[in-house]
Design a protein around this ligand. Structure first.
Ligand code: TYD
Length: 136
């Protein structure tokens, strides 16, 4: 599965911690957009989609949450519970974010601007997309 857990270097001293992330160096794409999710209602599940070409990096910079990843063949769940842990998600991966702690802030770095046409929101369509990509 084309996903990767990345541990970023923490610049730690007596004043506290700092993590720096540089595009195409620490993560494998140029950052065109960032967004963040917070104040998530208990029990809420977000995501429930895949992207045709978008690549993203998720970091839970405060609190914790879980991410289910599915490439159409296998499913894995990754817990994001550390501000220096990044989860790289390539395109064509179904994702579901859940189990947000009430204090969770999920930061997302994205390789493209927002484009609703890049979304696959139907799971059956997603499986079809994976199959068609393989047939090419
Ligand atoms: P949505 O895709 O439902 O979020 P999630 O992936 O967490 O389930 O997005 C929520 C709303 O925000 C929806 O109306 C689209 C809008 N939105 C933007 O305008 N720009 C963005 O970059 C993103 C990710 C969402």
């Amino acid at each position: 599965m084309d996903v990767n857990k990345l541990l970023f270097r923490v610049h730690n001293d007596v004043r506290g911690n700092l993590v720096a992330i540089e595009e195409e160096k620490d993560i494998p794409f140029q950052i065109k957009r960032i967004y963040y999710i917070y104040n998530v209602m208990e029990g809420a599940v977000r995501g429930l989609h895949a992207h045709k070409s978008l690549k993203q990096l998720l970091i839970c910079i405060h609190g914790n949450c879980k991410v289910l990843l599915d490439d159409g063949k296998e499913k894995i769940t990754v817990e994001l519970d550390n501000p220096n842990l990044g989860l790289y998600i390539s395109n064509a991966i179904w994702r579901e974010m859940s189990d947000f702690s009430s204090d969770a802030v999920l930061l997302v770095l994205a390789s493209e601007h927002y484009d609703e046409n890049d979304y696959i929101r139907d799971y059956k369509e997603f499986l079809q997309f994976v199959k068609e990509s393989e047939d090419k």
